[in-house]
Design a protein around this ligand. Structure first.
Ligand code: SF4
Ligand code: SF4
Ligand code: SF4
Ligand code: FES
Length: 591
């Protein structure tokens, strides 16, 4: 690694050659305000001009996010010209901004307000006219409000990087520029998979999840039986909203908070994950032994399902027909649980807390409904749950650790916990498939070869008693496309494929807490490099702590089949727990 000598504010440093001034200054402990630059050059359009500094060898001020360091360079962040220019840049952004901060869900985590504070932008120095506002609230998962957009381009780059999709782009020119799907369509009228990865990177309230907190408030007021279920990845990240280090599992405190928010029952979606494995593992074994369509592909990520329906309609028979865990569990709450408790299904209101915004879309699908009744009535993200806890006045950090309700459902195995990480569904399924093929448990319970926390493709050949199962795992649609094209071309060597919509799986879902070093002062500066690994570790640790680590050994699952469902893949199980897909071609025209 070559080093260069530089000076910042007259103090000598050695930094890596090739770094930008912004990166070098950060490595030396300085904070230069920045907005459009993101994640080691993932977005580097240099459009916001918030990061201007003086540097020897340059003419005038330079954008530190793209200007590289050089041997002997002297950098001044504090020169009066640089300070004024940075302040002017922020004031210019604010002059064309809908500053209704008190109604904005981004308030408290808004990077524009953060740099306004940092640069001292206080005056309405450039007050004038505003660009035309475009607002899209049609899609169940997402809201786009161009009046809060600073045209940084982070969302545009993230959609390309994560999925190779390019749903969002710049429309028009100059003062009339805005960011939107092609032809300013709604997300709902474009092939957007509603994953929310663009929401995760937006510095302002221009892209947000479509909040469903109001629906829950209304259900409480209407006297419904409001039942909540929380997905595994939520407990691995919720603590970040309350000052815990990234990767701290806060399961017990989350349960305690949900109870205090008024939910009648607090269930773990891991029960539903165990149920999914029973259904999906049986389906896979059936396909392996009866000449069914292979490779079979997992179906618990609605972002992936959207992508498949838009782009690979010819491959839909490869998808497992299993609903995702929270939909399965919702269906069981509104049937078995409601029956056992003598409550009419229409009086039950099921809320899912999810790391994912696409689940908001999934719960609306007609194919998910049972006799016209939705399995789940509201989906809130990890971030929305944090907002509910904060507005309630609960001191999260002081809550005791409480246990899930486990009356007739809610018990779970370690296999269910790891669903939140890329490779987790595969591993959970293999634990049960191994048992079904051999009649005994695998001695070393885990399948390390399928583990990971990053996007990309992993593959393995698993020999189970002479039956070799070739498996592959992909997260993010860019990686998935490689595997799907192989199937289309008849070149796939796999029997079982796991695909997750978000890179790294649900731990990095579009509804997880924002990862920004400016709002996480106790974290080290490389959090964008390490947060996925840390959140994944929290889930693998919880798996290790479980006494029961295979879905087929969950006693409440065994009881559910004995008392209600019969066998996995039975007629009743199909009615409640399975779904169907349809290719989507062409889009509705906007009015
Ligand atoms: S995006 Fe930020 S500055 Fe804009 S209204 Fe929301 S909180 Fe305020
Ligand atoms: S929700 Fe996902 S697919 Fe849609 S624009 Fe955002 S990143 Fe792209
Ligand atoms: S929508 Fe958000 S991420 Fe996209 S350009 Fe606007 S401010 Fe940037
Ligand atoms: S952060 Fe450098 S120009 Fe935007």
């Amino acid at each position: 690694m070559a080093l260069v000598n530089i000076k910042i504010e007259g103090i000598s440093y050695q930094v890596e050659s090739g770094m930008t001034i912004l990166e070098a200054a950060k490595a030396c402990g300085y904070e230069i305000p920045s907005l459009c630059a993101f994640n080691h050059g993932e977005c580097n359009l240099a459009s916001c001009r918030v990061c201007l500094v003086e540097a020897t060898g340059a003419r005038g001020l330079v954008a530190s996010c793209v200007y590289p360091v050089a041997e002997g360079m002297e950098i001044r962040i504090s020169s009066p010209a640089a300070v004024e220019a940075r302040r002017n840049s922020v004031e210019l952004l604010l002059s064309n901004h809908n500053k209704n901060c008190q109604q904005c869900d981004k308030n408290g985590q808004c990077e524009l307000l953060y740099v306004a504070q940092l640069t001292g932008a206080r005056d309405d120095a450039f007050a004038g006219s505003y660009s035309e506002r475009h607002i899209d609230r049609i899609a169940p998962a997402l809201v786009r409000d161009t009046s809060k957009c600073i045209l940084c381009g982070r969302c545009v780059e993230r959609c390309k990087n994560a999925h190779g999709l390019g749903i969002l782009g710049f429309e028009n020119r100059g003062f009339n520029t805005f960011v939107a799907p092609a032809e300013n369509r709604s997300f709902a009228d474009s092939p957007c998979i509603q994953c929310g990865q663009c929401v995760n990177v937006c510095p302002t309230g221009a892209l947000m999840e479509n909040s469903e907190i109001g629906k829950i408030d209304a259900a409480f007021k209407a006297g419904k039986h409001v039942i909540v279920q929380a997905a595994p990845a939520v407990r691995a990240a919720l603590g970040e909203e309350f000052g815990y280090p990234i990767g701290t599992p806060v399961t017990g405190k989350m349960i305690a908070a949900l109870r205090r928010l008024g939910f009648e029952r607090v269930y773990d979606v891991n029960f539903g994950a165990d149920l999914t494995i029973m259904e999906e593992g049986t389906e896979l074994l059936g396909r392996l032994t009866n000449g069914g369509v292979l490779p079979m592909i997992t179906s618990c990520s609605p972002g992936w399902i959207n992508y498949a329906e838009y782009n690979y309609g010819d491959l839909l028979p490869h998808l497992s027909s299993c609903k995702s865990p929270h939909q399965m569990q919702g269906a069981i709450i509104k049937s078995y649980w409601a029956e056992q408790n003598g409550i009419a299904p229409e009086d039950v209101f099921v809320v899912s807390v999810m790391p994912c915004v696409a689940k908001k879309f999934e719960k609306e699908r007609e194919q998910e409904k049972v006799n016209g009744i939705a399995d789940v009535d509201a989906v809130i993200t990890t971030r929305e749950l944090a907002r509910m806890i904060k507005r309630s006045g609960i001191l999260f950090n002081r809550l005791p650790d409480e246990e899930w309700d486990q009356d007739i459902m809610g018990d779970y195995s370690g296999a269910g916990v790891i669903f939140g990480v890329t490779g987790g569904v595969m591993e959970a399924a293999l634990r049960t498939v191994y048992y079904k093929l051999t009649g005994k448990e695998k001695e070393a319970i885990t399948f390390e070869e399928v583990r990971g926390h990053e996007a990309g493709i992993r593959e393995a050949s698993i020999d189970i008693n002479g039956t070799v199962v070739n498996v592959a795992i992909a997260s993010g649609m860019k990686s998935a496309k490689v595997l799907l094209d192989e199937i289309r071309e008849g070149k796939s060597k796999y029997q079982f494929i796991e695909i997750m919509g978000c890179p790294g799986g649900c731990i990095n879902g579009g509804g997880q807490p924002y990862v920004r070093s400016c709002f996480l002062p106790n974290e080290s500066d490389d959090i964008l490099d390490t947060y996925k690994e840390k959140r994944a570790k929290a889930l693998y640790t919880e798996d290790e702590r479980q006494v029961i680590r295979q879905s087929h050994n969950n006693p409440q699952i065994i009881e559910l089949y004995e008392k209600y469902l019969g066998e996995p893949n039975s007629h009743k199980a199909h009615e409640l727990l399975h779904t169907s897909y349809a290719a989507r071609e062409g889009f509705n025209e906007l009015d």
